[in-house]
Design a protein. Structure first.
Length: 495
């Protein structure tokens, strides 16, 4: 296809940028157990459990906007289903920084993604303090709900009313405010126990240290750390996510450099100081899990394909190989200091593509193939097959087949034959990460529900849509009583 043809395709698929950017607003209300009304479809009686979502809820204080929505304070939404009836509770995570800034009604911390304090360079230079914004993910561990942000410790919340309990050390497993990834994996297939939460923390520098932790997530010792190892990694490491198999934890060390000078000098946020280094090679860093059969062995380092990855989808073992699906970008996407995030030109930003890496642990080589060219993010699999071979993945994708744009559609892809099924909210709807919840007693991997928080550009409000995960048929839509900005990650709990 010529570049002219590509441009024609992009032009045909229009969306209204105001519809998209209208989602960026402060969440004004905190509600408790508010009943939700169905606006379309029918009640699903068998739904029993809670959908938890996290994302930025404060984007502006006293007329000053964050530079990037990722700098916004975390707001948790819980949508609880009991015999199909839905209620909504939402609360801000009452972090120390949130409470301080709320009291003063202004930003008093710089943001990692470029938000500066008012007062120009002089007021920002040498200020390396940051607030734990707890805005990235929310998961249950033991009897607590954890609001996560990767550069600091987890905030514990009461899962019932979302009241903030406080910064947690997870029963003494962590030092106070120790970095704790926002991408834990719940492993239902580990060698150790029925349910394990596997996660990591990174201390980065000229040498980085990865701490791989496994917590029991069921039974009497639920919430306790059961495996814990630390490994040194050469060079700077920006690790947002990882993947697991039964025996391995897989990290991708992107080929990027961190030059902290503009951050220290008050000109840029720390994340704006990350830059791809074409001279460097990306590396897979593969750590044996202590719950697995290679316990105690050294990690394996293998050259990785070119590209930048935030999110992995899933991994599994196939003889002496690891098959890893990830969303690859050509480069690290960042909103520059002079750009307005609500008015970005999507076509200028690198687009995410679903790719498959095959990592040969015997020969220490890797290869890559593209599963789908269409821009996508937030891909997931049935939670019951995390770490095993998944036959299907669900993800948020663009409406158009080529080029970058907001995420407006949901795609199911058969990972064996690449067959695709699409559900679209275009032209006026904008989707978030789909959360797949298998049906109780499902006999097939794709049998279940997909939960999608949607920004409805037409009515300038948020909807919750439940799709049939097998065929992406719309089952029910709830109009939500709060407006939720485009968010990050979430999870489902069967309680
Ligand atoms: Fe993420």
């Amino acid at each position: 296809m010529t570049s002219l043809q590509k441009k024609e395709i992009i032009k045909k698929n229009t969306f209204d940028k105001d519809d998209w950017s209208s989602a960026y607003q402060n969440v004004e209300l905190e509600l408790e157990n508010q009943s939700l009304e169905i606006s379309k479809g029918n009640i699903i009686n068998e739904l029993d459990g809670t959908l938890f979502r996290n994302g930025p809820g404060i984007l502006e204080r006293d007329g000053q906007w964050v530079h990037h929505p990722f700098d916004g304070d975390g707001m948790i939404t819980a949508i609880r289903f009991k015999k199909g009836k839905a209620t909504l509770t939402n609360k801000f995570v009452k972090t120390k920084g949130f409470l301080e800034e709320k009291k003063k009604n202004k930003f008093i911390y710089r943001g990692v993604f470029g938000t500066q304090k008012k007062g120009g360079l002089l007021n920002n230079v040498f200020d390396l303090n940051f607030k734990n914004i707890a805005n990235t993910h929310v998961v249950k561990l033991g009897n607590q709900l954890l609001a996560l942000w990767e550069a600091a410790g987890p905030y514990a919340l009461d899962p019932n009313n979302l009241e903030t309990i406080g910064l947690s050390t997870l029963k003494g497993a962590l030092k106070s405010n120790e970095a704790f990834s926002a991408h834990p994996k719940i492993d239902l297939n580990s060698n150790f126990s029925k349910e394990v939460l596997v996660t990591f923390g990174v201390q980065t520098g000229p040498k980085s240290i990865i701490r791989l932790m496994e917590f029991s997530n069921n039974g009497d010792n639920s919430g306790e750390i059961i495996f814990d190892r630390k490994d040194k990694l050469k060079g700077f490491a920006f690790l947002h996510d990882f993947a697991i198999t039964t025996n391995w934890a897989i990290f991708l060390q992107n080929a990027i450099d961190f030059n902290p000078l503009p951050f220290v000098m008050g000109q840029k946020g720390a994340a704006q100081c990350l830059k791809s280094n074409p001279q460097k090679k990306a590396k897979f860093f593969i750590v044996p899990r202590d719950s697995g059969i290679f316990r105690g062995q050294s990690p394996i380092s293998i050259e990785a394909p070119k590209g930048f990855v935030f999110h992995h989808v899933n991994a599994y073992e196939k003889e002496s190989k690891i098959i890893l699906d990830s969303i690859f970008y050509d480069d690290f996407p960042s909103v520059g200091p002079d750009e307005n995030f609500k008015d970005i030109d999507f076509e200028k930003y690198p687009a995410g593509k679903l790719k498959r890496s095959t990592i040969d642990l015997k020969n220490h080589t890797s290869s890559i193939s593209t599963i789908s060219e269409q821009t996508c993010e937030f891909a997931t699999v049935n939670p019951q097959v995390i770490g095993l071979k998944a036959n299907y993945s669900w993800m948020a994708c663009t409406e158009q087949k080529i080029g970058n744009a907001p995420l407006q559609a949901i795609k199911k892809i058969n990972l064996n034959n690449k067959a695709e099924t699409i559900w679209s909210a275009a032209p006026r709807g904008f989707v978030s990460e789909p959360i797949m919840v298998p049906k109780r007693n499902a006999s097939e991997e794709d049998e279940g529900y997909l939960f999608i928080l949607l920004w409805n550009g037409k009515r300038r409000g948020s909807d919750l849509i439940v799709l049939n995960s097998k065929n992406l048929e719309e089952l029910v839509t709830y109009e939500l009583p709060i407006n939720i900005p485009h968010g990050l990650h979430g999870s489902w709990a069967n309680t």
